[in-house]
Design a protein around this ligand. Structure first.
Ligand code: GRF
Length: 205
């Protein structure tokens, strides 16, 4: 059985094991946090297998305002020294018994060592139909290349940028007069539907 599948199976049995309790989850952000807000709202629904118990940011991100609003613990950890930063994050996660991590606009690449420590329970959302357009400025690049569609993808996190196994993705058609702004808007709207769906899929729900 491949390692990802093993990870998923573990999560599944974990969900069964904890019964009605939700899997403690941390969301890592660097920006405005619209996916974070969306995940918080999702996590508070009965059908959600996760609860959001910690928000990690590498800087004073706008999205941190949701920590206060929804009464969730937050930690700002600078990545100036990456090894140290990851050590601190790992400590926070372990202390709080966090078992699942959602990256949502987190602008740092986590090391192999960090990811291994957390055993394949880290997922990310990316604003393109992967494997096309990894990295930044996905919308502009898709428009420049006159693509017919772009999209969004939820995938497992590896130490290689936007390259882990795909969990779920959604195409977004690019119209004739599409601008960067209008495309971003269309994609983020789909992201907000896709991330919760992907989480339900991970937990076999
Ligand atoms: C989203 O487009 C996400 O796909 C990418 O970064 C953006 C974060 O947006 N990884 P937000 O901070 O969740 O609004």
């Amino acid at each position: 059985m491949d390692e990802y599948l093993r990870g998923i199976k573990k999560l599944d049995s974990m969900a069964k094991l904890i019964g009605n309790k939700k899997v403690k989850t941390a969301v890592f952000i660097s920006g405005r946090g619209s996916n974070l807000l969306n995940l918080i709202k999702f996590s508070r629904q009965k059908k959600s297998p996760i609860s959001i118990d910690l928000i990690i940011s590498n800087k004073k991100a706008l999205g941190l305002k949701y920590a206060k609003k929804y009464n969730i613990q937050k930690k700002i950890i600078s990545f100036k020294f990456k090894t140290l930063a990851e050590k601190k994050i790992l400590h926070e996660l372990k202390c709080r018994k966090i078992k699942f991590v959602c990256l949502a606009g987190f602008m740092e690449i986590l090391s192999k060592n960090f990811i291994r420590n957390f055993k394949k329970k880290i997922v990310n959302i990316h604003p393109s139909y992967l494997p096309k357009y990894k990295g930044l400025n996905t919308g502009v690049r898709a428009l420049k290349n006159k693509e017919k569609f772009s999209g969004c993808t939820v995938h497992y996190v590896t130490s290689k940028l936007d390259s882990g196994k795909i969990i779920l993705q959604k195409k977004v058609m690019i119209s004739k007069n599409e601008t960067e702004k209008s495309l971003d808007k269309k994609i983020i709207r789909e992201e907000h539907k896709l991330y919760p769906k992907a989480i339900l899929k991970i937990f076999n729900l």
